[in-house]
Design a binder for this molecule. Structure first.
Ligand SMILES: Nc1ncnc2c1ncn2[C@@H]1O[C@H](COP(=O)(O)OP(=O)(O)OP(=O)(O)O)[C@@H](O)[C@H]1O
Ligand SMILES: [Mg+2]
Length: 262
Protein backbone atom coordinates (compact mmCIF):
# COMPACT_ATOMS: atom_id res chain seq x y z
CA UNK A 1 0.00 0.00 0.00
CA UNK A 2 1.66 3.26 -1.07
CA UNK A 3 1.80 6.31 1.16
CA UNK A 4 -1.55 7.93 1.92
CA UNK A 5 -0.18 11.45 2.42
CA UNK A 6 -1.25 12.86 -0.91
CA UNK A 7 -3.00 16.02 -1.99
CA UNK A 8 -6.59 16.86 -1.11
CA UNK A 9 -8.95 15.58 -3.82
CA UNK A 10 -11.54 17.74 -5.46
CA UNK A 11 -14.42 15.73 -4.04
CA UNK A 12 -13.67 17.07 -0.57
CA UNK A 13 -11.99 20.30 -1.58
CA UNK A 14 -14.91 22.57 -0.82
CA UNK A 15 -15.62 20.97 2.53
CA UNK A 16 -15.63 22.93 5.73
CA UNK A 17 -13.11 21.51 8.12
CA UNK A 18 -15.05 22.57 11.20
CA UNK A 19 -16.74 19.77 13.11
CA UNK A 20 -18.96 22.12 15.10
CA UNK A 21 -22.42 20.47 15.10
CA UNK A 22 -24.09 23.78 15.90
CA UNK A 23 -23.69 24.91 12.29
CA UNK A 24 -24.71 21.63 10.72
CA UNK A 25 -28.35 22.54 10.21
CA UNK A 26 -27.50 25.40 7.87
CA UNK A 27 -27.57 23.46 4.63
CA UNK A 28 -30.34 21.07 5.50
CA UNK A 29 -33.75 21.66 4.00
CA UNK A 30 -35.64 19.36 6.37
CA UNK A 31 -37.49 16.14 5.67
CA UNK A 32 -41.03 17.26 5.06
CA UNK A 33 -43.00 16.76 1.91
CA UNK A 34 -42.20 14.88 -1.27
CA UNK A 35 -40.17 17.74 -2.67
CA UNK A 36 -37.06 19.40 -1.37
CA UNK A 37 -36.65 23.15 -1.36
CA UNK A 38 -36.65 24.41 -4.93
CA UNK A 39 -39.05 21.67 -6.06
CA UNK A 40 -36.46 18.92 -6.48
CA UNK A 41 -37.80 15.41 -5.97
CA UNK A 42 -37.01 13.68 -2.68
CA UNK A 43 -33.82 11.64 -2.67
CA UNK A 44 -35.53 9.02 -0.51
CA UNK A 45 -39.26 8.39 -0.58
CA UNK A 46 -41.28 5.69 1.13
CA UNK A 47 -44.98 5.60 0.35
CA UNK A 48 -47.24 3.30 2.37
CA UNK A 49 -44.44 0.84 3.06
CA UNK A 50 -45.23 -2.30 5.05
CA UNK A 51 -42.77 -5.10 5.64
CA UNK A 52 -43.85 -8.49 6.97
CA UNK A 53 -41.20 -11.09 7.62
CA UNK A 54 -41.94 -14.80 7.55
CA UNK A 55 -43.91 -16.26 10.45
CA UNK A 56 -45.98 -13.10 10.62
CA UNK A 57 -43.28 -10.91 12.16
CA UNK A 58 -43.99 -7.27 11.45
CA UNK A 59 -41.00 -5.15 10.43
CA UNK A 60 -42.70 -1.93 9.31
CA UNK A 61 -46.33 -0.82 9.12
CA UNK A 62 -47.58 1.65 6.50
CA UNK A 63 -44.62 4.02 6.65
CA UNK A 64 -44.51 7.11 4.46
CA UNK A 65 -41.48 9.36 4.55
CA UNK A 66 -39.64 11.77 2.25
CA UNK A 67 -36.06 12.91 2.68
CA UNK A 68 -34.81 15.66 0.38
CA UNK A 69 -31.40 15.76 -1.19
CA UNK A 70 -29.03 17.17 1.42
CA UNK A 71 -31.31 16.20 4.30
CA UNK A 72 -30.38 14.51 7.55
CA UNK A 73 -32.66 12.16 9.47
CA UNK A 74 -32.25 10.45 12.82
CA UNK A 75 -34.26 7.26 13.29
CA UNK A 76 -34.82 6.26 16.91
CA UNK A 77 -36.89 3.58 18.59
CA UNK A 78 -36.57 0.55 20.85
CA UNK A 79 -34.82 -2.67 19.90
CA UNK A 80 -36.83 -4.72 17.42
CA UNK A 81 -39.01 -1.77 16.40
CA UNK A 82 -38.06 -1.78 12.70
CA UNK A 83 -35.15 0.69 12.31
CA UNK A 84 -32.77 -1.67 10.53
CA UNK A 85 -35.67 -2.97 8.46
CA UNK A 86 -36.26 0.55 7.16
CA UNK A 87 -32.58 0.99 6.26
CA UNK A 88 -32.43 -2.43 4.56
CA UNK A 89 -35.40 -1.46 2.40
CA UNK A 90 -33.45 1.64 1.31
CA UNK A 91 -30.47 -0.33 0.02
CA UNK A 92 -32.48 -3.29 -1.21
CA UNK A 93 -31.38 -5.91 1.32
CA UNK A 94 -35.08 -6.48 2.00
CA UNK A 95 -38.16 -5.86 -0.13
CA UNK A 96 -41.37 -4.28 1.07
CA UNK A 97 -44.49 -6.41 1.32
CA UNK A 98 -46.57 -3.39 0.32
CA UNK A 99 -45.79 0.15 -0.79
CA UNK A 100 -43.00 1.71 -2.79
CA UNK A 101 -39.43 2.62 -1.81
CA UNK A 102 -37.78 5.14 -4.12
CA UNK A 103 -34.13 6.13 -3.73
CA UNK A 104 -32.55 8.50 -6.23
CA UNK A 105 -35.70 8.08 -8.32
CA UNK A 106 -35.20 4.34 -8.58
CA UNK A 107 -37.85 1.88 -7.43
CA UNK A 108 -35.58 -0.15 -5.13
CA UNK A 109 -38.03 -3.04 -4.81
CA UNK A 110 -37.76 -3.68 -8.54
CA UNK A 111 -33.97 -3.81 -8.71
CA UNK A 112 -32.36 -7.23 -9.05
CA UNK A 113 -29.01 -8.80 -9.89
CA UNK A 114 -26.47 -6.49 -11.50
CA UNK A 115 -28.75 -3.47 -11.36
CA UNK A 116 -29.19 -3.90 -7.61
CA UNK A 117 -25.42 -4.37 -7.13
CA UNK A 118 -24.73 -1.27 -9.19
CA UNK A 119 -27.33 0.71 -7.23
CA UNK A 120 -25.82 -0.38 -3.89
CA UNK A 121 -22.33 0.61 -4.97
CA UNK A 122 -23.60 4.16 -5.34
CA UNK A 123 -24.62 4.29 -1.67
CA UNK A 124 -22.56 4.60 1.47
CA UNK A 125 -23.61 1.98 4.00
CA UNK A 126 -22.30 1.82 7.56
CA UNK A 127 -23.11 -1.48 9.25
CA UNK A 128 -23.59 -1.79 12.98
CA UNK A 129 -20.95 -4.52 13.20
CA UNK A 130 -18.38 -2.64 11.04
CA UNK A 131 -17.69 -5.58 8.67
CA UNK A 132 -14.01 -4.70 8.25
CA UNK A 133 -11.64 -7.12 6.53
CA UNK A 134 -9.40 -8.33 9.41
CA UNK A 135 -6.21 -9.07 7.47
CA UNK A 136 -6.21 -5.74 5.59
CA UNK A 137 -4.94 -2.40 6.88
CA UNK A 138 -7.17 0.58 7.53
CA UNK A 139 -6.13 2.16 4.23
CA UNK A 140 -6.73 -1.08 2.34
CA UNK A 141 -10.14 -1.56 3.95
CA UNK A 142 -11.14 1.90 2.77
CA UNK A 143 -9.53 1.61 -0.67
CA UNK A 144 -11.15 -1.76 -1.30
CA UNK A 145 -14.42 -0.16 -2.37
CA UNK A 146 -12.62 1.89 -5.02
CA UNK A 147 -10.52 -1.03 -6.23
CA UNK A 148 -13.72 -3.06 -6.62
CA UNK A 149 -15.11 -0.27 -8.79
CA UNK A 150 -12.02 -0.30 -11.00
CA UNK A 151 -10.86 3.16 -9.91
CA UNK A 152 -7.30 3.87 -11.09
CA UNK A 153 -4.58 3.44 -8.39
CA UNK A 154 -3.56 7.10 -8.49
CA UNK A 155 -7.19 8.18 -8.00
CA UNK A 156 -7.51 5.74 -5.10
CA UNK A 157 -4.48 7.39 -3.50
CA UNK A 158 -5.86 10.84 -4.19
CA UNK A 159 -9.03 10.03 -2.29
CA UNK A 160 -7.57 8.13 0.64
CA UNK A 161 -5.74 10.93 2.45
CA UNK A 162 -8.65 13.38 2.86
CA UNK A 163 -11.03 10.56 3.73
CA UNK A 164 -8.71 9.37 6.48
CA UNK A 165 -8.28 12.96 7.64
CA UNK A 166 -12.02 13.49 7.78
CA UNK A 167 -12.48 10.61 10.21
CA UNK A 168 -9.32 11.50 12.16
CA UNK A 169 -7.42 8.35 11.29
CA UNK A 170 -4.51 9.53 9.14
CA UNK A 171 -2.09 8.17 11.74
CA UNK A 172 -3.71 4.71 11.63
CA UNK A 173 -3.62 4.14 7.87
CA UNK A 174 -1.28 1.17 8.17
CA UNK A 175 -2.83 -0.38 11.29
CA UNK A 176 -4.92 -3.55 11.19
CA UNK A 177 -8.50 -3.54 12.49
CA UNK A 178 -7.69 -5.70 15.54
CA UNK A 179 -5.25 -3.02 16.71
CA UNK A 180 -7.97 -0.36 16.73
CA UNK A 181 -10.47 0.65 19.39
CA UNK A 182 -14.18 0.16 18.72
CA UNK A 183 -14.58 3.86 17.98
CA UNK A 184 -11.69 3.80 15.53
CA UNK A 185 -13.10 0.74 13.78
CA UNK A 186 -16.43 2.48 13.50
CA UNK A 187 -14.72 5.50 11.92
CA UNK A 188 -12.96 3.20 9.43
CA UNK A 189 -16.36 1.81 8.47
CA UNK A 190 -17.61 5.37 7.92
CA UNK A 191 -14.54 6.22 5.84
CA UNK A 192 -15.11 3.14 3.70
CA UNK A 193 -18.74 4.14 3.20
CA UNK A 194 -17.90 7.67 2.04
CA UNK A 195 -14.67 7.26 0.06
CA UNK A 196 -16.61 6.83 -3.18
CA UNK A 197 -18.49 10.09 -2.42
CA UNK A 198 -22.00 8.66 -2.26
CA UNK A 199 -24.97 11.04 -2.41
CA UNK A 200 -26.64 9.05 0.38
CA UNK A 201 -25.09 7.67 3.57
CA UNK A 202 -27.12 5.01 5.36
CA UNK A 203 -25.72 4.36 8.83
CA UNK A 204 -27.10 1.72 11.18
CA UNK A 205 -26.23 2.54 14.80
CA UNK A 206 -22.93 4.21 13.96
CA UNK A 207 -22.67 5.33 17.58
CA UNK A 208 -23.68 1.97 19.03
CA UNK A 209 -21.28 0.49 21.60
CA UNK A 210 -19.21 3.67 21.69
CA UNK A 211 -18.36 5.71 24.76
CA UNK A 212 -19.79 9.27 24.86
CA UNK A 213 -16.64 10.91 23.43
CA UNK A 214 -16.37 8.51 20.52
CA UNK A 215 -20.12 8.67 19.88
CA UNK A 216 -19.93 12.45 19.77
CA UNK A 217 -16.99 12.32 17.38
CA UNK A 218 -18.95 10.04 15.03
CA UNK A 219 -21.90 12.43 15.24
CA UNK A 220 -19.64 15.35 14.30
CA UNK A 221 -18.39 13.39 11.28
CA UNK A 222 -21.95 12.70 10.16
CA UNK A 223 -22.83 16.38 10.56
CA UNK A 224 -19.76 17.41 8.61
CA UNK A 225 -20.56 15.00 5.78
CA UNK A 226 -24.04 16.45 5.66
CA UNK A 227 -22.63 19.96 5.36
CA UNK A 228 -20.57 18.67 2.44
CA UNK A 229 -23.82 17.74 0.71
CA UNK A 230 -24.25 14.08 1.64
CA UNK A 231 -27.80 13.09 2.57
CA UNK A 232 -27.59 11.16 5.86
CA UNK A 233 -30.07 8.64 7.26
CA UNK A 234 -28.97 7.13 10.54
CA UNK A 235 -30.44 5.06 13.34
CA UNK A 236 -29.43 5.46 16.96
CA UNK A 237 -30.32 4.41 20.48
CA UNK A 238 -28.41 7.37 21.86
CA UNK A 239 -31.05 9.89 22.91
CA UNK A 240 -28.56 12.28 24.52
CA UNK A 241 -26.73 12.55 21.22
CA UNK A 242 -29.76 13.27 19.09
CA UNK A 243 -30.87 15.96 21.51
CA UNK A 244 -27.57 17.72 20.80
CA UNK A 245 -28.22 17.56 17.06
CA UNK A 246 -30.41 20.11 15.27
CA UNK A 247 -31.65 17.62 12.71
CA UNK A 248 -35.08 16.05 12.16
CA UNK A 249 -35.87 12.89 14.07
CA UNK A 250 -38.44 10.13 13.76
CA UNK A 251 -39.35 7.38 16.18
CA UNK A 252 -40.35 3.85 15.20
CA UNK A 253 -42.38 1.74 17.62
CA UNK A 254 -43.67 -1.69 16.56
CA UNK A 255 -43.07 -0.78 12.94
CA UNK A 256 -45.00 2.49 13.06
CA UNK A 257 -43.22 5.75 12.37
CA UNK A 258 -43.95 9.09 14.04
CA UNK A 259 -42.16 12.44 13.98
CA UNK A 260 -40.36 13.62 17.11
CA UNK A 261 -38.75 16.69 15.53
CA UNK A 262 -39.09 18.15 12.08
N1 LIG B 1 -34.74 -11.54 8.52
C1 LIG B 1 -35.71 -11.49 9.45
N2 LIG B 1 -36.62 -12.48 9.55
C2 LIG B 1 -37.63 -12.43 10.45
N3 LIG B 1 -37.81 -11.42 11.30
C3 LIG B 1 -36.94 -10.39 11.25
C4 LIG B 1 -35.84 -10.38 10.33
N4 LIG B 1 -35.15 -9.23 10.49
C5 LIG B 1 -35.78 -8.57 11.48
N5 LIG B 1 -36.85 -9.26 11.93
C6 LIG B 1 -37.78 -8.84 12.99
O1 LIG B 1 -38.36 -7.61 12.57
C7 LIG B 1 -38.51 -6.74 13.70
C8 LIG B 1 -37.75 -5.45 13.43
O2 LIG B 1 -36.36 -5.77 13.39
P1 LIG B 1 -35.26 -4.67 13.13
O3 LIG B 1 -33.96 -5.37 12.95
O4 LIG B 1 -35.70 -3.78 12.05
O5 LIG B 1 -35.28 -3.88 14.52
P2 LIG B 1 -34.38 -2.67 15.03
O6 LIG B 1 -35.30 -1.56 15.37
O7 LIG B 1 -33.30 -2.40 14.06
O8 LIG B 1 -33.78 -3.28 16.39
P3 LIG B 1 -32.35 -3.01 17.06
O9 LIG B 1 -32.46 -1.68 17.75
O10 LIG B 1 -32.25 -4.12 18.07
O11 LIG B 1 -31.29 -3.07 16.03
C9 LIG B 1 -38.02 -7.53 14.92
O12 LIG B 1 -39.13 -8.14 15.52
C10 LIG B 1 -37.11 -8.56 14.31
O13 LIG B 1 -37.05 -9.72 15.11
MG1 LIG C 1 -31.23 -2.57 14.14
Amino acid sequence: MPSTTLSRPSHFSTAQTSCDPSVSGATVSGTRGAEAAGGAPALVSLQGVTKHYKAGVQGLVNVSLDIPKGGFLWITGPSGSGKTTLLKLLYGAERSTQGVVMVQQQDVGKLKGDRLSHFRRQLGIVFQDYKLIPNRTVAENIAFVLWAQGVAPEEVQRRLAPTLRLVGLSHKADAFPHHLSGGEQQRVSIARAIVATPPLLIADEPTGNLDPDNARQVMRILHQLNRMGVTVVTTTHNETLVKESPHPMVHIAEGQLSWLRR
